[in-house]
Ligand binder design. Structure first.
Ligand SMILES: NC(=O)c1ccc[n+]([C@@H]2O[C@H](COP(=O)([O-])OP(=O)(O)OC[C@H]3O[C@@H](n4cnc5c(N)ncnc54)[C@H](OP(=O)(O)O)[C@@H]3O)[C@@H](O)[C@H]2O)c1
Length: 333
């Protein structure tokens, strides 16, 4: 089979096409013939070797590696202990690696069948970006109806789904941040109430004004760098702050006792930890698939690429050119 692989860490040009044997299922796994694989910023951090460095380590990567954690496709083979009723079904699955390929092995417990007629391309953004958006609002911060939510980088894959999911779950005001006017307009078009340019020094004042001086109840943060410290000036009393990425570095050290003064909480999120909770993955994927099927959640796919264009696909995210998500299609040549 054809797969995208890297044998060393580095920039996007370490990605190359390899001819490899089709994977064999372990006892509890199925083999999926891939129709669409969503591209994540996480794939880029892994390829850069960030997860193998001490300061940003969240589970290392073994080389050679085939990237890709989110996949849609047909189940063509099942291991002896895997649910055989999945055979022949179109499924959405979360995998730990390997989705940038014609075939991938997935634990059967991470697969959810898809109803007929739902757009495969959109579904490819659900397993990593959609589940992250869903869990940071539910498991991590326990969003309550009417609460105010700040979504950073709201035109990105996770961000654009988080804006919509926050509204579906009953959030009050949703404040989006994004670096360009086109991205801010997009965030407004998908349901954000206010869009703020967080590259401007005084961006937090716009958030304070929009919340009548209170600040936000929930803050979703995947940026880091100087934004990490700036966020605290617009987090309300009892506010919950979830960290789930570091696109601009880890930021300065944080004195945890500062949280006491406004009874705030800070929590971290790392999706692979949820591999230990297939019940939550199943529940989250079913929620997301249902919302897409009903038309209440829309994953905006900005571009589709072939496997040979995987480097260009990742580079487009690194260059911050993408509004929504990008997807690989192994059948495209
Ligand atoms: N912890 C987990 O398990 C987990 C799971 C999934 C994703 N994540 C993290 O969540 C974040 C979003 O992931 P995604 O797949 O949705 O990414 P994405 O679609 O590429 O979106 C990332 C957004 O971050 C902003 N950004 C700021 N600085 C950037 C930089 N130097 N390079 C690239 N983008 C930058 C961009 O928005 P502006 O141009 O508007 O600034 C961009 O739209 C990433 O940090 C990723 O690592 C974490």
């Amino acid at each position: 089979m054809r797969a995208v692989q890297y044998t060393q860490f580095g920039s996007a040009d370490v990605l190359h096409i390899a001819e490899l044997a089709r994977p064999q299922p372990k006892d509890d796994e199925v083999i999926i013939e891939v129709t669409a694989a969503g591209v994540n910023y996480v794939d880029i951090r892994q390829r850069q070797g960030a997860y193998n460095r001490a300061e940003t380590r969240v589970g290392g990567i073994d080389l050679p590696s085939i990237p890709g954690m989110q996949v849609v496709g047909i189940v063509v083979e099942a291991g002896p202990l895997a649910d055989a009723s999945l055979l022949g079904k179109n499924v959405v699955a979360l995998v730990s690696k390997g989705a940038y390929a014609e075939y991938v092995a997935a634990p059967a417990s991470m697969c959810v069948p898809v109803p007929d007629g739902v757009d495969d391309t959109q579904l490819a953004a659900l397993p990593t970006q959609g589940l992250t958006a869903y869990f940071v609002l539910t498991a991590s911060t326990l969003l309550q109806r009417g609460e105010t939510v700040l979504v950073h980088a709201a035109a990105g894959g996770v961000g654009s789904l988080a804006v919509q999911i926050a509204k579906i779950l009953g959030a009050g005001t949703v404040i989006a941040t994004a670096a360009t006017a086109a991205k801010r307009n997009f965030a407004l078009s998908i349901g954000a109430d206010i869009a703020v340019d967080y590259t401007q020094t005084a961006w937090t004042s716009a958030v304070i004004d929009a919340t009548n001086g209170r600040g936000v109840d929930i803050l979703l943060e995947s940026i880091g760098g100087k934004v990490f410290e700036e966020n605290f000036s617009c987090l309300a009393a009892f506010g919950r702050y979830v960290l789930f990425g570091s696109t601009q570095g880890v930021g300065d050290p944080f004195e945890a006792r500062r949280l006491m003064t406004k009874a705030q909480s800070m929590t971290g999120f790392y999706l692979p930890v949820f591999f230990g909770r297939p019940d939550l993955i199943q529940q989250g994927l079913r929620f997301l698939i249902d919302q897409v099927a009903q038309g209440t959640l829309h994953a905006h796919v900005a571009a589709q690429f072939s496997l040979t264009e995987a480097a260009a696909a990742q580079q487009s995210l690194e260059d911050r050119n993408v509004i929504g998500a990008v997807v690989l299609r192994p059948k495209l040549r």
